[in-house]
Design a protein around this ligand. Structure first.
Ligand code: G6P
Ligand code: MG
Length: 212
């Protein structure tokens, strides 16, 4: 029996994935690296430094030091935060808000399970910070998805066993993380195209047909 729903944030509840894309594209252009949608899809759910390392697979220049890489990751985050700064509560659809409150009404606990260190900043901007029973994010983990740590921590914060949790994800790495945690999985967006989750949906509200 499922008691808890753990939501990824970027690309599931808010479309900040398009801002990640713009910010990484800017860094890629500055370094003369080819960047496209299929590379971007590999960055979903993956930590900032792991994303940079994926991007640098296409880099033809000299080997970068750890300090240079740190500076690039920080610059990407600065570009990204400039875009996040313009977000408002209107960036969360009525359908997402209604689905979250209906799940609460049905008695489910709900949590965020995001690799992002900007998760709380985003939730504040879109007025969703108080909607969740727990928030597990990039600030409380050592390993990002596909490692299950962020979801296992969310289950701990909710005080629920992993096999009572269901994960909602747009990242292939996130579905793998949910499975590795022993949780049920629902894929949306890019992850739904891979058909590796227990359920595939095209709209968050379809959860209400799965979690009765
Ligand atoms: C989410 C996104 C990833 C991003 C990661 C870290 O998981 O899907 O694309 O790299 O968070 O985000 P941050 O905001 O900490 O750079
Ligand atoms: Mg995501």
């Amino acid at each position: 029996m499922i008691t808890s729903v753990i939501f990824d944030l970027d690309g599931v509840l808010v479309f900040t994935d398009k801002y990640h894309y713009i910010a990484w594209k800017k860094i890629a252009d500055e370094l003369g690296i080819h960047f496209d949608e299929s590379i971007n899809n590999r960055l979903r759910g993956v930590s900032r430094m792991d994303c940079l390392n994926i991007l640098l697979e296409g880099y033809k220049g000299k080997v970068l030091s750890d300090d240079e890489k740190e500076a690039l990751a920080t610059r990407k985050n600065d570009y990204y935060r400039e875009l996040l700064a313009g977000m408002t509560p209107a960036d969360v659809s009525d359908s997402v808000r209604d689905t979250l409150s209906e799940l609460k009404k049905r008695g489910y606990l709900i949590s965020i399970g995001s690799s992002s260190r900007n998760a709380k900043f985003i939730l504040d901007k879109v007025a969703l910070a108080d909607a969740f029973d727990a928030i597990s994010d990039g600030n409380n983990i050592d390993h990002s998805k596909p490692n299950p740590e962020v979801f296992v921590k969310a289950a701990n914060f909710l005080n629920q066993p992993c096999n009572r949790c269901l994960v909602v994800e747009d990242a292939k790495a996130g579905i793998s993380a949910g499975k590795a945690a022993g949780m049920a999985t629902v894929a949306i967006g890019d992850a739904a195209k891979c058909h590796i989750a227990d359920h595939n949906i095209s709209e968050v509200s379809e959860l209400l047909g799965i979690l009765l």
